[in-house]
Structure formats: structure tokens, C-alpha cells
Design a protein around this ligand. Structure first.
Ligand code: UDP
Ligand code: MG
Length: 336
């Protein structure tokens, strides 16, 4: 069903503006081809459009390519962050500065096909405030990666109560209103895949077949991936903190049974319960568990510390075509 309040305005093609937000980290080899594909697809939509590249502290010539693309076509715009702040914050910087009625986020390595954009826009025109995409993995994706991703989203959904389907990509369309709402969230460690579900609103999901990365290597190292995964869970759930209560109850029950057993043996037989080895192994096991739980508590305390500092989540060093760029929701528009 079409959302009647939104529809009339969106039907006026010339009044519609689409922003495509692309975080890039050392993607020099992909920019030109991606820009050409986007220009062709967006051109065919007969809408007003812009592409906002967010250079997330690249060390190659990504930024100079973005600037030269902007010189050729002013609708190609760019922000350069002062260092590598990570994909999620680069997305945030892009969303804060995109001026479209709908903002599409996608990767800069051509894995997300530009050809899907008309479908996303179509779903939006039919009243969906968020259009998610779900990646259908090509056979080349390693079994381990598929399995770990599936397992992760299962655990995430169980712990947080926010359901994320496996394969949901950071390729999605957000209505301007939703993007503005998300920018209001001042939390550290923003996890887009979770937030985009959490906000609610009417949404649709479009499947796509992921392409191979065109040039370069994946910028998500195992470390970055684990950080994102852990961050996702701790920013959406406090259930891990309750693990201590659960384990405490179980071990107390076992300990209680052991005490009764030892007392009975002592009273009714001539011997005591033997077992230096078992006592030591149980002790060291429980100490291990205790330290893990302490570590989990520490992680959450760390999150609180990071949160209360209220540092800006990214800093912008330079712009191309975005004179009045916005650094974060707390800072007013500023000129470089
Ligand atoms: N990216 C980024 N900052 C980072 C890591 C990645 O802006 O610290 C960008 C990267 O350039 C790409 C997108 O995020 O456009 C997705 O990264 P990548 O393709 O390396 O991830 P993968 O597809 O391997 O999961
Ligand atoms: Mg990729």
C-alpha cells in the first residue's frame, strides 16, 4: 500500500533528490568505475542526485581522485575524515551531509550493484521509509564466513530482541526522516545494521547477488570484524552481564551438593573425601569463569566511559562540494 501522505510529493520527479553515500578506505582503484556506473543508473531515474564519497582516512590517492571526479561533475561530492574512524562512522558523516530526500548507503568496492538502486527507489516511492538489502552470497564465499555470519545474527537477535536477518548489508535506502532520526542518536559505537532495524518504520527488503570486490582487498580485517561484532552485541544487549548471575546460581548449587556429600562421608564412614587434584581443577576453572565475567563487566564499564566523554565520533579534514559540512549532531555547520 502506498503511504498517501508521502506519495504526492515524491511523484514529482524533479523535486526528488537522491543521495548516495559511499564510505571509502583506500579504494582508489574502484572510484572511477563506480562513479560511471552510478552516473548511468541515477541518470536513468530522472531525479536530482548527488554522490557523497566519505574518505575514511585513506593512505592512497583516494582523496585526490574524489576531488578530480568532483571537478568533472559537481554532483560528485566528498568529505575527507581526519583519520580512519571506521566504516560505521564514515557512514554517519555521509548521512549527516547528504541532502537527498532519500539517502542510499553502499560500499565503494562494487560489491553492491548500482543496478539495484532503481528498485530501492521504487520501494521507497511506494511508501517504505527504509529499504534494506539482503546479500545472496556467491558460491565463492567461504563456508566458514557464511556459518559465522549466520551464527552471529542468531546470537545477536536472541540477546537483543532486534531481529537482523543474516546477509543484511550496509547497502540500504533511508528516507531523509529516518536518517535524521538516526543522526539524533549520540551513542558511541553506532551499529547501523542494528539501528536500522531498531528504529522501526515501514520497510522492505530487496535481495541482491553480491559481486566480487572489483579492486583491492577487503578493508575489514579480522580484528575490525570482531570489534564490530562485539560492539553490535554490547550496544544492543545487557544480557551478557546477567551471565554471572546464572553461572553463580549453578555453581552455588553444585557446591552445596558437594558440601552435603562431604559431610555425609565424614560422619558415616571412617574416611574423608579424597581429591587434591579435583579441588584444584575446580578452583582454577571457577577462577577462569570469574575473570571472564569480570572482563565482560569491564567491557560495559568501558563503554560507559567512552559514552560520558562525548567526543565527536569523527572529524572532517576537507570537503569537495560540501561547503557547509556538518561534523556531528552536536556541532553546528562549520567552514573549513
Ligand atoms: N571502509 C571504510 N573504513 C574502514 C573499513 C572499510 O570506510 O575502516 C569501507 C570500504 O572502503 C568499503 C566498505 O567500507 O567501501 C566496506 O568494506 P569492505 O568492502 O572492505 O568490507 P567487506 O565487503 O570485505 O566486508
Ligand atoms: Mg566489500
Amino acid at each position: 500500500m502506498v503511504d498517501s501522505r508521502e506519495a504526492p510529493q515524491k511523484d514529482i520527479k524533479s523535486a526528488t533528490r537522491i543521495s548516495v553515500i559511499i564510505p571509502v578506505y583506500n579504494e582508489a582503484g574502484n572510484l572511477e568505475r563506480l562513479t560511471n556506473e552510478l552516473a548511468e543508473v541515477l541518470g536513468s531515474l530522472e531525479v536530482d542526485w548527488e554522490v557523497v564519497f566519505v574518505d575514511d582516512g585513506s593512505s592512497d590517492n583516494t582523496w585526490s581522485i574524489i576531488k578530480s571526479l568532483h571537478d568533472k561533475d559537481s554532483r560528485i561530492r566528498g568529505l575527507r575524515l581526519s583519520r580512519n574512524f571506521g566504516h560505521q562512522y564514515a557512514l554517519l558523516a555521509g548521512l549527516a551531509n547528504g541532502t537527498g530526500d532519500a539517502l542510499i548507503t553502499m560500499d565503494g568496492d562494487l560489491q553492491h550493484p548500482a543496478a539495484l538502486i532503481p528498485e530501492l527507489v521504487n520501494e521507497w516511492r511506494h511508501g517504505n521509509m527504509i529499504v534494506h538489502t539482503r546479500r545472496i552470497d556467491p558460491p565463492s564465499v567461504p563456508f566458514f564466513k557464511k556459518l559465522s555470519s549466520r551464527l552471529y545474527y542468531r546470537i545477536f537477535s536472541y540477546l537483543s530482541g532486534v531481529k537482523i536477518e543474516s546477509g543484511i548489508a550496509d547497502f540500504r535506502l533511508l528516507d531523509r526522516k529516518v536518517a535524521r532520526d538516526i543522526l539524533e542518536f549520540s551513542e558511541e559505537g553506532l551499529f547501523f545494521r542494528g539501528i536500522a532495524q531498531w528504529v522501526g518504520y515501514r520497510s522492505a527488503t530487496v535481495p541482491f547477488t553480491s559481486n566480487e570486490r572489483f579492486s583491492g582487498r577487503s578493508k575489514y580485517s579480522l580484528k575490525k570484524m570482531l570489534k564490530l561484532a562485539w560492539n553490535g552485541i554490547t550496544s544492543f544487549s545487557i544480557v551478557p552481564l546477567r551471565l554471572g548471575i546464572f553461572l553463580g546460581f549453578i555453581t552455588s548449587l553444585i557446591a552445596f551438593a558437594e558440601i552435603i556429600y562431604a559431610v555425609i562421608i565424614k560422619i558415616f564412614t571412617d574416611s574423608a573425601v579424597p581429591g587434591w587434584a579435583s579441588a584444584v581443577s575446580i578452583l582454577s576453572f571457577l577462577f577462569g569463569v570469574l575473570f571472564i565475567l569480570l572482563g565482560i563487566v569491564g567491557e560495559y564499564i568501558g563503554r560507559i566511559l567512552v559514552e560520558v566523554r562525548q567526543r565527536p565520533r569523527y572529524l572532517i579534514a576537507e570537503q569537495a562540494g560540501l561547503q557547509n559540512f556538518i561534523r556531528d549532531k552536536h556541532s553546528a555547520a562549520e567552514k573549513p
